[in-house]
Design a protein around this ligand. Sequence first.
Ligand SMILES: NC(=O)c1ccc[n+]([C@@H]2O[C@H](COP(=O)([O-])OP(=O)(O)OC[C@H]3O[C@@H](n4cnc5c(N)ncnc54)[C@H](OP(=O)(O)O)[C@@H]3O)[C@@H](O)[C@H]2O)c1
Length: 338
Amino acid sequence: MTDITLAIVGATGLVGKEILAILEERKFPVKNLVLLASKRSTDTVLSFNGSSIKVKELTQDSFQNVDIALFSAGSSISEKFAPIAAKSGTVVVDNTSFFRMDPSVPLVVPEVNKHALKHHNGIIANPNCSTAQLVMALKPIHDYAPIKRLVISTYQSVSGAGKEAMMELENHSRYLIQGKVADPKEFSHHMPFNLIPQIDVFEDNAYTKEEMKMINETQKILETEIPITATAVRVPVFVSHSEAVNIQTDKPVSVEKCRELLTNFPGVTVLDNIQEQEYPTPRDVSGKDDVYVGRIREDISQKNTLECWIVADNLRKGAALNAVQIAEELIKLPVNVA
Ligand SMILES: NC(=O)c1ccc[n+]([C@@H]2O[C@H](COP(=O)([O-])OP(=O)(O)OC[C@H]3O[C@@H](n4cnc5c(N)ncnc54)[C@H](OP(=O)(O)O)[C@@H]3O)[C@@H](O)[C@H]2O)c1
């Protein structure tokens, strides 16, 4: 199919702009591109494939003749507008958390579970950024030696919280160096030169919503009830999330075997040479498509358990790239996109 009319809802945001860049890079077959955002952005013009396209205000009528819409404008926008789009025949790929745990909505990372796409009802969910990179590294290990338990600690960049959060880190870091202090708006505490062990709100079980998203979404995508515990931490890094992950399997997996499994998995790069101090860092991985894994080692405290360090660009594999990959899979299913 070469004549797709595609809409980006939230086109002026961090994820929306990354989607625009990735559609261009991957030569997605767009015939018409509709850029949608809030009323605030109606004077904005964005460039795509050498053309200038004016951003329009999102309304109930925005989806006429739109084949696929990639939503990244927040949960409340998806809650209201995704069903309207789906009803008008548009297939929605939603980057927000609103539909992810809805049993009728597939939650998809194409390399891991693209089979789930076949059963969509007009809305497909993109996982949380930390989940997407996690399941990419877990899938080949889980297929070889079923995972029995996971302990995850994340180090998540501020771009995961949107463009205002990125600007706050930049501005407040500058103020701090100048000896001034500004009150945090986007974060619960000062972000520069600090760590915040809270992403999103706390739930009744004392885990944060972000931690529970990672737990529930990983189980949904891997189609298993693996016991998982997680601590999600916001760090003063602009782009790319890092994760220290402890993986207990039901049979031994050597470090060499783990490297081999990950190396052979599409979209994963192993960067693991401690003699040369080579391992992924968020700075090096930003702007890259792959999920990078390093520091692979046997847990000295427990049998059949590996430790590893997983880093990926949260705006790419964690959001925009995964959404575009889903759209690429959708256009191979002619029955879903007429
Ligand atoms: N950042 C990540 O790593 C990441 C990863 C996975 C999922 N997500 C999800 O993706 C969504 C967007 O994230 P982001 O980081 O791109 O946020 P962002 O940079 O703050 O951008 C938000 C976008 O939503 C638009 N928007 C806000 N209110 C709107 C309204 N009333 N009507 C129409 N458009 C509206 C904004 O348009 P204006 O410019 O006009 O305000 C902007 O385009 C969030 O739900 C987030 O949870 C983000």
